[in-house]
Design a binder for this molecule. Structure first.
Ligand code: IVH
Length: 665
């Protein structure tokens, strides 16, 4: 907060009678009295009560975060105790030999391929330090950026502390978010490292980072499992932890291997620790690693091959990305011949040439990429002077090559349309169908989809009347769009899932979003100046496309989230929160969310420990058959295992709840 402005005085009512806004006002006011004026009006205890209540109702409220922004990000910080690395092994026999060295069970956790970080909370539960691992002895503060990572509580919840606590864990970028990013990002780990170094800390929010805690230091514990329970009870997200007898380790490892491809984060092995801390103390450390822990690594998924040519692919934003075509090799079970090279600068940095022997890796579940050159080739790589899609001149823009006339470039138009159908979930319109529609001149902008008829579709390849009818039906079913979905569908660079949801929650109506100026947007927590500018520019540029769309679709205002109804015994929906996953059989997801909100329920966007119900849609539901667990489902399973009261229910159970308190129609 600007120290020169005087915050408004909060209402004088008991803590329990204050709304979120009033609590925030009170926290800001008393924080200002304490730090700026050095004239506190209330006791530390009373101040704690305010911050705790606010943290309970709105754990990520910016007012909590303003308490702690006094350490400059980027400053070097010495770790209380060094952050060591782990000993590694690659087979069952070595793992079993390690486990012979101590008594008792082990804990098993996935080894997350992210960025290690240490958080410190003071005795009042406030986040006071967030530091990267660095070289193990000294890391870098990213405290200001940590304010924009939801999984890092700014204030611990739950039972009060006796003293300060250090929490260690792994920052990572969900693969779903990584895959949606465009251009220039080699892998999720490097992107995570970059995300917490953003000079404008609010930019960190764009990367939707998460944090899994794997260690708690300070309180007296006897086992690793107690640390996990402590972390959950205080609002942190512990890494999924199981306690196993040592003879069950090999099977446990195989389970993680089997789950690996379906996870929303990168895992490069499994970490085992002696569960008993007295055994840990007895074993102690070498200079590099603890003896009580070991990482059983997955086999590497890299291979060498020869670079045959470089193709240039034009993205929906007009960036022209090099793609390396290599002699096909097998990487983690799949034959691979196309490797993303991300941007121009990377081609130069790698010193790439045609015919070079290269090391290719497959990470992030995305297109594989070229890690390094093992041996140089014979011919240089020629950077195209004209756009391979439209033939207009190219321009070099920093690390990137771009088409100089994207608004007329066919690949940009196709990319924009593909993005639109994906974002608004119109089934049946894959890249091949979209390409044909563009080629036949049937669709040039998103609004055109809504004007397609069965007759118009019939001439397309492999199209029959039934399929054409179904496709038109799928389009017609998406004439009402939620505000966040609509914003995201526009394909504006910085207006991805995270920022779209933030804007929808804060501004509520499309009119408000379209009317917002940079100054308004940058005030919003999670937006900041850079994003605000790019969003305003993007919306202005796409105004004709937006107006055309609005002639076809209705955009729903975001629901009021601030005033949930009371929980009531008569109505199982009122005052409870519901998150939906998977496809519902009885209605579109947005309709279900709307019904919940109309009944005074809440529909948060993600699964957290304060959630009441996760509803699994009955279509291909894993609760009913063989369906795959969604990321939300897995997150909920973890929370339930850690003791959260959240319930996972079927669509039919949700239907019964809707019917239960509905009263006379
Ligand atoms: S336990 C002595 N558990 O792996 C360190 N570490 O090579 C004890 N890591 O930098 C760490 N996932 O950040 C532990 N489930 C997990 C982990 C994990 C990732 C990282 C950790 C450390 C590196 C050690």
């Amino acid at each position: 907060m600007d120290p020169m402005t005087t915050p408004p005085r909060p209402p004088e009512r008991p803590v329990d009678a204050l709304s979120v806004d009033e609590l925030a006002q009170a926290v800001r006011y008393h924080n200002w009295r304490y730090f700026t004026l050095a004239e506190p009006e209330i006791s530390d205890l009373a101040f704690d009560a305010l911050t705790r209540r606010l943290a309970e109702l709105a754990p990520s409220h910016p007012a909590l975060f303003e308490l702690v922004t006094d350490t400059a990000s980027g400053e070097k910080v010495v770790h209380a105790e060094p952050m060591l690395s782990l000993d590694k092994c690659y087979d069952d026999a070595t793992l079993l030999a390690w486990a012979k060295g101590f008594d008792g069970p082990v804990t098993q956790t996935p080894k997350i391929d992210g960025v290690a970080a240490s958080l410190r909370y003071d005795a009042r539960g406030r986040l006071v330090a967030a530091v990267t691992r660095g070289d193990g002895t000294r890391g870098e503060s990213f405290l200001a950026n940590a304010g924009y990572i939801d999984a890092i509580p700014k204030m611990l919840s739950g039972p009060p502390l006796d003293a300060s606590v250090e929490v260690r864990g792994e920052l990572y970028m969900p693969l779903s978010v990584f895959r949606a990013l465009e251009g220039g990002f080699s892998n999720p780990r490097n992107t995570t490292a970059g995300a917490i170094k953003q000079k404008d800390p609010s930019r960190t929010a764009v990367y939707g980072l998460h944090f899994f805690a794997y260690d708690v230091r300070g309180p007296a514990f006897e086992t690793e499992m107690e640390k996990v329970a402590w972390a959950s009870a205080h609002g942190l997200v512990p890494v999924e932890t199981e306690r196993l007898d040592t003879d069950a380790m090999a099977a446990g490892y195989a389970r993680w291997q089997a789950r690996r491809d379906a996870l929303d984060f990168e895992v490069d092995g499994v970490v085992y620790k002696a569960d008993r801390l007295d055994e840990q103390a007895r074993l102690g450390f070498t200079a590099h690693h603890p003896r009580f822990a070991i990482a059983y690594k997955f086999q590497g998924d890299s291979a060498t091959s020869t670079l045959e040519e470089v193709q240039w692919s034009v993205s929906r934003t007009g960036t022209i990305t090099p793609v390396g075509i290599i002699e096909p090799v097998e990487l983690s079970g799949a034959m691979v011949s196309r490797c993303s090279l991300h941007n121009l600068a990377i081609v130069e940095q790698l010193g790439l040439s045609i015919g070079a022997t290269v090391l290719a890796t497959r990470r992030g579940g995305v297109i594989p990429h070229i890690e390094s050159v093992v041996e140089p080739g014979i011919a240089p790589i020629v950077i195209p002077l004209t756009c391979p899609s439209c033939g207009e001149p190219t321009v070099v823009d920093g690390d990137f090559l771009r088409c100089s006339r994207p608004s007329r470039c066919p690949d940009v138009i196709r990319g924009t349309l593909e993005h639109f159908v994906k974002a608004v979930e119109i089934d049946g319109f894959g890249p091949k169908v979209v390409a044909q529609l563009v080629q036949q001149g049937l669709v040039a902008e998103p609004a055109d989809f809504y004007r397609l008829s069965v007759e118009a579709l019939m001439p397309l390849e492999r199209m029959g009347e039934t399929l054409a009818g179904r496709l038109v039906g799928n389009i017609q079913a998406r004439r009402t769009l939620g505000l966040a979905t609509f914003l995201r569908s526009l394909g504006i660079d910085d207006l991805g899932q995270v920022v779209s949801e933030t804007l929808a929650q804060q501004l509520r109506t499309l009119d408000a979003v379209l009317a917002a100026e940079v100054a308004t947007l940058e005030e919003i927590h999670g937006v900041g100046e850079t994003i605000a500018r790019s969003v305003v520019e993007g919306l202005t540029e796409r105004r004709p496309m937006i107006d055309a769309l609005l002639a076809e679709v209705r955009v729903e205002d975001a629901a009021e989230a601030s005033a949930p109804a009371e929980r009531s015994d008569d109505d199982p929906i009122a005052g409870r929160s519901f998150v939906f996953t998977g496809a519902l059989l009885t209605m579109p997801r947005e309709a279900a969310q709307k019904l919940v909100r109309e009944r005074g329920g809440l529909t948060p966007s993600s699964v957290t420990k304060t959630l009441d119900y996760l509803v699994i849609g009955d279509k291909d539901s894993p609760l009913l058959g063989e369906g795959k667990l969604s990321t939300k489902h897995k997150a909920a399973d973890r929370l339930v295992a850690a003791g959260a009261p959240l319930r996972i229910i079927r669509e039919s159970e949700f239907q019964a709840m809707l019917d239960a308190g509905a009263g006379p129609a």
